[in-house]
Design a protein around this ligand. Structure first.
Ligand code: FEO
Length: 174
């Protein structure tokens, strides 16, 4: 049985993952509005990933005999100044998520909740990847600048991204 304090913190993170999905979906809509369907595709896949992260928290709380409770999801922004600004926002957001995951690990350790600590390790690793993949696109966007041809090529590259459910990645902790 999970302690209430840990359960509440995990429910809070479940909400934050859905908020993350909302942000990426808003970024997808922004990318569509500036005629960058490949960028929009990347953002939509990212939103799907965030929902799958939320579901990991849902399933874990449930499996541990806890109670999943859902709170209101904050509204995301609507506009960004440029695709670069959107990705910079995404990077900042992911750094915040990493910090939240680290705090959850601290809580699990403080409460001697080894199962929760083990569960969270998947997210610790995942956040390294999340930050790196966003940063990679930021670097490419900086190289390309406002040059239309480069932006078109990058848009085509990002259109190739497909959703891979976490369980199919062979990762632990699911
Ligand atoms: Fe679920 Fe992008 O962190």
């Amino acid at each position: 049985m999970i302690k209430e304090k840990v359960q509440n913190a995990l429910n809070d993170q479940l909400n934050w993952e859905l908020f993350s999905a909302y942000i990426y979906l808003a970024m997808a809509a922004y990318c569509e509005s500036v005629n960058l369907p490949g960028f929009a595709n990347w953002m939509k896949i990212q939103a799907q990933e965030e929902v799958s992260h939320a579901m990991k928290f849902y399933d874990f709380v449930s499996e541990r005999g806890g109670r999943v409770t859902l709170a209101a999801i904050d509204a995301p922004p609507v506009e960004w100044d440029s695709p670069l600004a959107a990705f910079e926002h995404a990077y900042e957001h992911e750094q915040g998520v990493s910090e939240r995951i680290n705090k959850l690990v601290d809580l699990a350790v403080a409460e001697s909740d080894h199962a929760t600590n083990g569960f969270l390790q998947w997210f610790v690793t995942e956040q390294v990847e999340e930050e790196a993949s966003v940063d990679e696109i930021i670097q490419k966007l900086k190289l390309v600048g406002k040059e239309g041809g480069g932006l078109f090529m990058l848009d085509r590259e990002l259109s190739q991204r497909v959703f891979v459910p976490p369980a199919a990645e062979g990762a632990a902790g699911g």
